[in-house]
Design a protein around this ligand. Structure first.
Ligand code: ADP
Ligand code: MG
Length: 488
């Protein structure tokens, strides 16, 4: 399949333009305390209850680097197959805002902790590699609240000083769909690693989205606009769509693009200008004199590398090889660590293909219906596994299994108990089945005559009647065999 070109609605100009996207993802480091202080990072606490003197920017307070956050960012770098820089530097990025009490953000500028890496996307049209430019550590700012009071703004500093990893991609993304896949993959890698919980509702993962357009075939990139702080994948897709069209329209009417910082308005579904883009020199970056350069021991990197868990790409390869799954199935099963764990629990001693189907079709339908994640599944992996084993061993039919599955979602969870209590065991005793079949045949003599005179379609009718008479419990294969004999 060829790559789907981004769909502009500019009339007559479809396929003439290409959109170029680069993301700066801000991922909150999964850590109990902040980057330079011991305050808690717990989400949803009373405002301003998790603020130390360092976080509130009191003069003379000294930041102390949190070793755990450093290790988390190294692990993330390794997960992005990136170069880890043994020497990096913390800089001050100076700007004024009410939610930034220090008057500067401690970040990394010229010498980040992690250098170039890559993320592999499994697009419907093939593999696409997205380059990572860098990953650096920085502090989050506090939160300004403008909508609680008509006259006053408030500031909550609980977030001030929380560790963020800024992961900067190369301008390699070419459509909202690729951005969707990229964020999901990045999120999945970090969740496997345990370095970021990826919770977008709580703001643990947000992105500045850089968008430009150019005519297809052009070598040079166009001027970009940066859409700040977008906190859902849907909004990223909508913002890119809107922004690309806005830029195309401007260029087609002979205007130019101003490099600017824009905001995505989720109510109007459009972007609007916030300020003209500041350049790095506007921030007066300089090395933070309160912090020593960060010098890492190579031994630490090697140790963390050894301890890395199996990541989605490797797991996918293993599932395909060991379990004979299609690439499509493997992708679904490794997309979240919890799903792959569940799957591996279910397949213990049971048919893998069947397990894959039951998980991706039946179980996912239940999860979707209740809008819950697999960790909240009403059906445990162990119980689903025993249900599947009962199908493959012929104890119950596939049809009965669906009824049992339905019942497992509430009350009795153990399929064996349900089957026993309700007498649902498959009837596989030929003598018993023969009795039922004989009765069905004797009740339908007219149809037997029709069948014998060539109306072969009626066979299905007989099977149906036998299944009905057995309340769905008859072994369909045996029913077929015996019926064929009896109708001859
Ligand atoms: P800044 O801090 O000024 O925004 P960064 O280097 O941190 O600069 O981030 C630049 C981001 O913009 C990167 O993700 C990069 O891929 C992306 N980018 C750079 N040039 C373009 C362009 N012409 N169109 C789209 N994205 C771009
Ligand atoms: Mg930026």
């Amino acid at each position: 399949m060829t790559e789907k070109k981004f769909d502009y609605y500019i009339s007559g100009e479809k396929d003439k333009w290409e959109v170029i996207i680069g993301l700066e993802v801000h991922a909150q480091v999964l850590s109990q305390s902040k980057l330079f202080s011991s305050s808690s990072t717990k989400f949803g606490s009373e405002p301003n209850t998790q603020v130390s003197l360092v976080d509130s920017g009191f003069p003379g307070m000294l930041p102390v680097i949190n070793q755990f956050c450093v290790e988390q960012s190294i692990k993330t770098g390794l997960g992005l197959k990136a170069k880890i820089n043994l020497n990096s530097v913390f800089d001050r990025k100076n700007y004024f805002y009410a939610d930034l009490p220090q008057g500067y953000q401690i970040s990394q500028y010229k010498n980040p902790i992690v250098g170039e890496g890559e993320v592999i996307l499994d697009m419907p049209y093939g593999i696409k590699k997205i380059g990572i430019e860098r990953l650096h550590l920085e502090q989050d700012a506090g939160k300004s609240i403008h909508d609680m009071d008509p006259e006053n703004s408030f500031v909550d500093l609980n977030r001030s000083g929380v560790a963020l990893m800024e992961i900067v991609s190369k301008p390699d993304l070419r459509s909202p769909q690729e951005v969707n896949f990229y964020i999901k993959k990045l999120r999945s890698i970090m969740r496997y690693l345990g370095t970021c919980d990826g919770n977008m509702q709580e703001g643990s993962l947000r992105a500045d989205v850089n968008v430009s357009v150019r005519k297809i075939g052009d070598k040079k990139f166009g001027t970009r606009c940066e859409i700040k702080n977008v906190n859902s994948i849907k909004f990223m897709e909508m913002a890119i769509e809107y922004e690309a069209n806005r830029q195309v329209q401007l260029l087609e009417s002979g205007k130019i693009i101003d490099q600017e910082t824009r905001l995505f308005d989720t109510k109007k579904n459009s972007t609007r200008s916030m300020r003209s883009k500041e350049d790095a020199h506007d921030y007066r970056y300089f090395p933070d004199p309160d912090l020593l350069p960060l010098n890492l021991d190579k031994g630490l990197i090697d140790k963390l590398k050894k301890e890395l868990p199996e990541l989605p790409d490797q797991k996918k390869e293993r599932f395909i090889k060991e379990h004979n799954l299609s690439s499509y199935e493997a992708n679904i099963l490794v997309s979240e660590k919890e799903i792959s764990d569940y799957y591996e629990e279910v397949i213990k001693g049971c048919d893998k293909k069947l397990a894959t189907n039951w998980i991706t079709v039946e179980l996912f339908a239940v999860l979707n219906k209740y809008n819950i994640s697999i960790t909240q599944s009403p059906i445990s992996a162990k119980n689903l596994s025993s249900l599947i084993k009962m199908i493959t061993s012929g104890k119950i039919s596939g049809k009965i299994a669906k009824d049992v599955f339905e019942k497992m979602q509430s009350g009795d969870k153990d399929p064996k108990q349900i089957v026993e209590k309700e007498g649902l065991l498959q009837q596989s005793d030929p003598k018993e089945l023969e009795k039922i079949i004989v009765t069905v045949i004797s009740k339908n003599q007219d149809k037997v005559t029709q069948y014998k005179s060539g109306k072969e379609k009626l066979f299905g009718y007989f099977v149906g009647e036998v299944m009905k008479a057995s309340k769905g419990k008859a072994n369909p294969q045996l029913v077929n065999e015996i019926l064929k004999k009896k109708l001859h």
